[in-house]
Design a protein around this ligand. Sequence first.
Ligand SMILES: [Zn+2]
Length: 200
Amino acid sequence: MCLDWIWPTACAGCDRPLAGRLCVECAANRPAATAPPAGLDFATAWAPYAGPIGRAVRRTKYVPDRDLGVLLSVRAAEALGPLMVDEAAWVPVPSPWDRRLWRGFSLPHLFVRELNRCRPQPIADVLAIGRGPRQAGIATWDRRANVAGRLRITGSVPPRVVLVDDVVTTGATATACADLLRLEGAKHVGIVALCDARSR
Ligand SMILES: [Zn+2]
């Protein structure tokens, strides 16, 4: 980013000056299994959302900052890739086209690309979602219905799926995705995320 020339780079997670976009301490997360949302077989996250990585993810999405999204994805994929199951396909959790257009990228898709570099497996970009109310601010029991009515399948669903998302908030989106994937033939569905808001 050209501003770096004027303001040397501070860490996007902890604001430590001259630390690069993501300092060594903020990047040093150990992936952890978290509670699988309903309908899923496993869930793994690189970092808790209530920490510096959650902060960096929010910056990535709401500034928006694609370079930071790539950097977070690279670091997370290096940590998570070796833990993943064999013979599963990466399936990015979709975001509505208007939000993708505004942001200029999709963080789950950036993350899939980096995961695939560390752990080459088929990428099945088979989920799409129509526009609708944002999940933020909607109660958990309504979130699932909010997503489910707008999700659709756009391709052939593999039997073993690893959903890839930026943040697991309540798990409602993952559950809605898993329900639909299972209807279309998936037998095993897990999720891997940069952050899980349910873990500390
Ligand atoms: Zn930091």
